[in-house]
Design a protein around this ligand. Structure first.
Ligand code: HEM
Ligand SMILES: *[C@@H]1O[C@H](CO)[C@@H](O)[C@H](O)[C@H]1NC(C)=O
Ligand SMILES: *[C@@H]1O[C@H](CO)[C@@H](O)[C@H](O)[C@H]1NC(C)=O
Length: 507
């Protein structure tokens, strides 16, 4: 009996010690202020509680108010430091490999692949990133991808208008998926017997779920979806190897790499690369397209200005229905402002995570090795000191920003001279929709090109109204619970008056 009581006493002491340590983690210096929440669960539940599109997550803003721009918490069983401080964020991105390393939860890596580009660091990461760039670098976008992307976007929009009504979120995802799967490994969903897109759908539904892996859970379904999807890619790879048939696609290039004498690339790594790229591309870019459509529907003045820009492009062409050229794309100044404004306001990626690999000082606090830091882009993008009236969708603000300013129109006009000449790269401290440093999104140019092409055809050829859906919430990742349904039809040709005039002149 005595030993039992003794045992209980030890257990109680041990648990209270653990709980105490939980709330007061060890550190050689001073930790950032904050609360570690409940033992083990931490503040995970608060972090994942849904909120509205336009807000900085209440989880963040409440704590910033209480503790300041750098605070500690605990998420998914990890001690975490959240940074909303622009200088600190910038520093974190610049110190990749030295003090910090790109980090995702174990379950996320399990889902996206142990051998995916996200799981590698240093030289191998660089090598994989270069492989990806061989597909989506600006040079390649210009020479190889633009033409087909133009065709695919055009066809899809025409099909939408023939149908009369679509859910933009789903339809844009289909569009990008089909186009990019072809570029990656000549995959054609309409001809294939194993439906890859279905597997991805099953996969994405469970992506933001609790990592409990047994039949019936969302996480289990997600892993199943991954397994089925990678099987399709693996089979294509094996077939390619045995048939020796040459395709003009990314997989062909990967196969050449795999067959080289001294190479890091194995079939497993190649399959995970294709899998992750397809996912990273169509989920993010279709969200971007949906948001663009919504923001334009809500802001007629922006739509007018955008239409003006694109109709001017049509007018300056010899043939109205030729494909968009790279030069035209580069000339779409207002379009780029609209895209910047959309990704700023939308914060498609709500948090960017890094693991601390060597004890580091941040703003006078000490963060021990093994901790995770989270950079929160929305607290920067919605900061009124950086972006005046931050919740307004105002593409014009980029006009002044491009000249190096950080203030709004009226302010800018007064002190234009002050801002001119400021260094351009300073802007990246204020803008991190695509991350920063060596982990900067490799697909940013691809996504922007796809969005610009979409806008071009949407505003020149079609009119549309939102008929259903359009709700967007954060959990904290963006979700469109009921899509964005639009009614869409072809415009009368805007160029008719011009053509008529020309005929008169010729006559
Ligand atoms: C609007 C669309 C997109 C947004 C907002 C976006 C955002 C981001 C962000 C914030 C990161 C940095 C993650 C980190 O530092 O931990 C990232 C990384 C990445 N993105 Fe994107 N992305 C978009 C489109 C794309 C596309 C189209 C592709 C594929 C071609 C792509 C492929 C990747 C890859 C492979 C990484 C990992 C890079 C690395 O670890 O070095 N993304 N993206
Ligand atoms: C994945 O494959 C398994 C076994 O072939 C099947 O039972 C399951 O329905 C598939 N899942 C999806 C989402 O296609
Ligand atoms: C969009 O944002 C990027 C990053 O801040 C900037 O370099 C670029 O000039 C902006 N584009 C326009 C058209 O304002």
């Amino acid at each position: 009996m005595r030993s039992f009581i003794c045992f209980i006493a030890i257990v109680v002491i041990w648990i209270s010690h653990k709980v105490y340590r939980w709330g007061n983690p060890k550190s050689k210096g001073v930790l950032p202020p904050g609360s570690m929440g409940l033992p083990f669960v931490g503040e995970t539940i608060q972090f994942f509680s849904p909120h509205r599109l336009y807000d900085i997550p209440p989880f963040i803003s409440k704590r910033v108010e209480r503790y300041g721009t750098l605070f500690r918490t605990s998420l998914v069983g990890r001690p975490v430091v959240v940074s909303t401080d622009p200088e600190t964020n910038y520093y974190i991105f610049q110190q990749e490999g030295k003090y910090f390393q790109c980090w995702y939860t174990e379950s996320f890596i399990e889902i996206l692949g142990q051998q995916s580009v996200l799981a590698y660091h240093g030289v191998i990461h660089k090598y994989l990133k270069n492989l990806i760039l061989s597909l989506v670098s600006p040079e390649n976008l210009k020479e190889k991808l633009l033409h087909d992307m133009d065709g695919s976007t055009r066809n899809y929009l025409r099909a939408w208008s023939n149908h009369g009504e679509v859910d933009v979120k789903e339809a844009a995802a289909d569009m990008i998926f089909e186009y990019f799967a072809k570029k990656l490994f000549s995959y054609d969903e309409t001809k294939a017997c194993k439906k890859l897109r279905e597997n991805y759908k099953a996969f994405i539904d469970g992506l933001i779920s609790f990592p409990l892996n047994f039949p019936g859970t969302a996480y289990h379904a997600c892993l199943q979806g991954r397994k089925n999807a990678t099987k399709v890619i693996k089979d294509a790879f094996s077939e390619r190897r045995s048939s020796k048939e040459i395709h003009n696609d990314f997989m062909n290039y990967l196969l050449e790499e795999v067959n080289k004498e001294e190479t890091f690339l194995t079939e497993g790594v190649a399959v995970d690369l294709v899998f992750v790229l397809l996912f990273a591309t169509y989920e993010t870019t279709s969200a971007g397209i949906t948001l663009l459509t919504k923001f334009l529907s809500d802001n007629p003045a922006v739509l007018r200005e955008l239409t003006k820009e694109h109709e001017a492009i049509l007018r300056s062409r010899e043939k109205q229905d030729s494909t968009i050229t790279w030069r035209e794309y580069k000339s779409m100044t207002f379009t780029h402002m609209v895209i910047n404004e959309t990704v700023r306001l939308a914060n498609i990626v709500p948090g960017i995570f890094r693991r601390v690999i060597k004890e580091v000082e941040l703003k006078g606090y000490t963060v021990p090795a093994g901790w995770v830091v989270m950079v929160c882009p929305s607290s920067l993008h919605l900061n009124p000191d950086k972006y005046g009236d931050p919740l307004a969708f105002n593409p014009w603000r980029w006009e002044w920003r491009r000249e190096g300013g950080t203030k709004e129109a009226h302010v800018h006009l007064r002190c234009k001279e002050l801002f001119l000449g400021q260094e351009m790269h300073a802007a990246s401290k204020d803008f991190m929709a695509f991350g920063g440093g060596v982990r900067l999104c490799v697909g940013a140019d691809f996504a922007k090109l796809q969005m610009a092409i979409y806008l071009h055809y949407l505003v020149t050829k079609y009119r549309w109204t939102v008929i259903r859906g359009g709700d967007i919430i954060r959990r904290p990742g963006l979700v469109f619970p009921n899509g964005l349904h639009i009614e869409i039809s072809e415009k009368q040709k805007c160029s008719e008056p011009n053509d008529a005039k020309e005929k008169v002149i010729k006559a």
